[in-house]
Design a protein around this ligand. Structure first.
Ligand code: HEC
Length: 185
């Protein structure tokens, strides 16, 4: 009996010791800069896994039930294209599918929607991402800079990007390329 409780106590102290050691090592990594703060370092596997897993769970909880208040017509889609050109194209590109210098410098790759669109995602999920942004990435939150209506308008355009009305398609093709700077070396 006495022996049993002794070995339990040893096990408990070992666990506490190991946990403390991990915390101290993590603090040393932060303090000495061993944890990279630069955007051109590849993010670690743990960071990538945690960011993806928690985004997935957050979207399931908060975004799946969101319903658009807008109907989809040529005028809404065309407005969506214009707003996209102003606020999003610098990172997500225009119809030529070429990534800008800003997009190429992001360490979480910003999908170029001309090639890699989000038409399969529920419109509410895209609205949520525009509204709240995506933590650990360059994707900004637009809840304090765009109105609810503007955010739904852009989300509506992205949901229908593969089946635009003629006016919206012409506006999309007319957005200027977001590539202004060529890499010189
Ligand atoms: C400063 C750069 C930047 C700007 C500006 C930006 N985004 Fe993003 N966006 C990103 C990055 C980086 C990601 C990738 C995040 C990730 O890896 O999860 C992203 C992801 C997304 C996604 C998810 C894509 C997918 O495949 O799941 C959507 C949708 C999106 N952005 C829409 C927009 C819209 C709409 C705008 C404009 C209102 C916008 N973004 C503006 C950088 C940006």
């Amino acid at each position: 009996m006495a022996n049993g409780s002794h070995s339990l106590r040893v096990m408990f102290m070992t666990l506490v010791g190991a946990a403390l050691l991990l915390i101290v090592l993590a603090l040393i990594a932060v303090w000495t800069g061993a944890m990279p703060a630069n955007a051109d370092a590849a993010p670690g596997r743990l960071e990538t896994w945690a960011a993806k897993r928690s985004l997935h769970a957050t979207l399931n909880r908060d975004a799946l039930g969101l319903k658009s208040p807008l109907s989809t017509n040529d005028s809404i889609l065309t407005q969506g294209v214009r707003l996209y050109g102003t606020y999003c194209a610098v990172c997500h590109g225009t119809s030529d599918g070429k990534a800008s210098a800003v997009a190429r410098g992001l360490y979480q790759h910003a999908p170029q929607f001309a090639k890699d669109d989000v038409t399969d995602d529920p419109v509410g999920v895209t609205y949520w991402k525009i509204t709240h942004g995506i933590r650990f990435t360059g994707m900004p939150a637009f809840d304090s800079t765009l109105t609810t209506n503007e955010r739904w308008t852009i989300a509506t355009f992205l949901a229908r990007q593969d089946s635009l009305t003629p006016g919206a398609l012409a506006a999309w093709k007319a957005l200027p390329s977001s590539v202004e700077v060529k890499k010189s070396e």
